[in-house]
Ligand binder design. Structure first.
Ligand SMILES: [Fe+2]
Ligand SMILES: [Fe+2]
Length: 298
């Protein structure tokens, strides 16, 4: 387990991130040509990252339908992304309410909120450009998110942030590097990866300080809530209704994805980095660990 960073070290990290934000920040409403035609036949996700890749259902789909499925999977991930960003913005603002507004950490937290505002607009425009529905969280998860954004503090707040950011980040790094994919999704991914790298750095620093401050009870509660958050995020990546877009009944598609060894390997791959980091910080364990395992992330 790492030692808690000193206050001066946290401030120095936040200072560096503020400088980097000045240098490389993007306004997706002007940086992206939203009206550019899509590339015929190009996938929206590397096909091997589709939740149905390698299944009997995948074999039955024609090429065009496979592309269509990856498009809806991207719309689903974007819907989950902006849902989580809304929760995240509120958590950061809530913490800022008690913070010293002259500190670099507080100012970076606000900068991150500004980034997330642009990201959520970007994801909204992406879903619109794809012509896909907004794949909303289930009523139960919607309620859970409402609870989290209104109450989460301490280690569970930054841990939940890290899980969502790092899982999406794994997919987006692969997408931005893959020249065979649709230019629109590569550009969206590039903007998100650059700005999220700073968010991940900041969250790790703040998390280490919060872990050092948390007592045993706080840590136990954090492990449970973190497991629940990981489970929700994994389940929400592909909304079951996305399968209906290619004629597969949602329950059938979901069951096939859950049993799909390729998809299970993809989930573990996407969570490997954040799981290792949180486990190292003592934040994976107890009943919370069961939730990680049940979600297929480990
Ligand atoms: Fe974001
Ligand atoms: Fe972020």
């Amino acid at each position: 387990m790492e030692a808690a960073p000193a206050e001066s070290e946290r401030a120095a990290v936040a200072e560096r991130l503020l400088t980097s934000s000045l240098r490389t920040s993007y306004d997706p409403t002007v940086e992206i040509d939203w009206d550019a035609p899509h590339t015929p036949g190009a996938y929206w996700l590397p096909p091997h990252r589709s939740s149905l890749y390698g299944t009997g259902l995948w074999e039955q789909l024609g090429e065009e339908q496979r592309v269509e499925l990856t498009k809806h999977e991207v719309a689903s991930a974007a819907s989950a992304g902006l849902w989580f960003e809304t929760i995240l913005m509120q958590m950061l603002i809530r913490e800022y309410y008690d913070a010293d507004p002259t500190s670099a950490q507080a100012q970076y937290a606000l900068t991150e909120v500004a980034d997330e505002c642009r990201h959520s607009i970007m994801f909204g425009r992406l879903i619109e450009a794809l012509g896909c529905p907004v794949y909303r969280a289930s009523p139960r998860d919607h309620l859970l998110g409402r609870f989290l954004k209104a109450t989460a503090r301490g280690p569970r707040m930054y841990a939940a942030i890290l899980i969502a950011e790092e899982i999406l980040d794994a997919f987006q790094r692969e997408i931005m590097a893959d020249e065979s994919l649709q230019p629109l999704i590569r550009m969206v991914s590039r903007i998100h990866v650059v700005e999220e790298a700073r968010h991940v750095r900041f969250a790790r620093e703040e998390l280490a300080a919060q872990v050092a401050d948390a007592g045993p009870l706080g840590m136990a509660y954090a492990r449970l809530l973190i497991g629940r958050a990981a489970n929700t995020i994994a389940n929400r990546l592909v909304h079951p209704d996305a399968y209906a877009a290619v004629g597969i009944p949602p329950a059938v598609g979901r069951a096939a994805a859950r049993a799909n060894p390729h998809w299970r390997a993809t989930l573990r791959w996407s969570a490997a980095r954040v799981h290792a980091h949180l486990a190292d910080a003592g934040l994976v364990g107890g009943p919370g660990r069961l939730l990680w395992a049940r979600s297929g992330l480990i």
